[in-house]
Design a protein around this ligand. Sequence first.
Ligand SMILES: Nc1ncnc2c1ncn2[C@@H]1O[C@H](COP(=O)(O)OP(=O)(O)OP(=O)(O)O)[C@@H](O)[C@H]1O
Length: 248
Amino acid sequence: MSKPLLKAENLEISFHGVKAADGVNLEINEGEFLAIIGPNGAGKTTLLNLCTGYLKPSAGHVYLDGKQITHLSPRQIAKRGIARAFQIPQLFTDHRVIDNVMLSNAARLNLWQMLSPLDRPRYRDEAMELLRMFNLADHANDLASTLPEGRRKLLDIAVALALKPRLVLLDEPTSGVSAIERFGLMETLMTALRQAKVTALFVEHDMDVVRRYAERVLVWNRGHVLTQGRPEEVFQDQRVIETVVGAV
Ligand SMILES: Nc1ncnc2c1ncn2[C@@H]1O[C@H](COP(=O)(O)OP(=O)(O)OP(=O)(O)O)[C@@H](O)[C@H]1O
């Protein structure tokens, strides 16, 4: 059997006596599109923080491609291939849409302080290609602050993909987006992820989105995985109906 792309083993962390990760075990396989659902405070964002180095577990380990990354810094982990998009997009809102993606390209290539290379056609071409994948090419020269929320979310994910990750962790990609726009956003996102051949894990509260798009669902409760499986399986599980679906 093939090695999982990401593996978490017995992760533990507590805040003021509350176990936000209480023996977390999970595996993510290459190419999967995996959802995490669970009630508020269940520990979903904590898991993303543990996998990206923003939090360090008091016990347990995280492996990327079989290599331990538990004690690496967020920057080192990003360089190894895990990128992240936040619930609230982290953009340079007073910069143009294309500049946001080009700055991410520059970060990947360690060109943080050098602005002049940003004008090089190569970075511009790479950024435009990503913007096209996310249906944002027509907005390339707009200020990021002028984008509606759905497009801002997509730009934030495009910025994450500019790092050329193997795995992207998405914290509530559809939050703040109207119910009518959600499926359109998800269609664009799925197409872009497939084109970029990136594995993705997304935290989501909209169960219709999970049902339609997730290949596998991890159900979170009180800091650990309550159950997991295909959407049609987990949504029939009485424990899931009681603790999660009824609670979100
Ligand atoms: N940095 C932190 N400092 C203190 N407590 C924290 C911290 N991060 C998380 N917690 C606590 O850990 C628990 C899990 O929080 P977490 O944000 O991971 O849950 P969640 O499942 O993502 O919730 P939501 O769906 O509301 O975003 C909560 O009790 C939260 O208050």
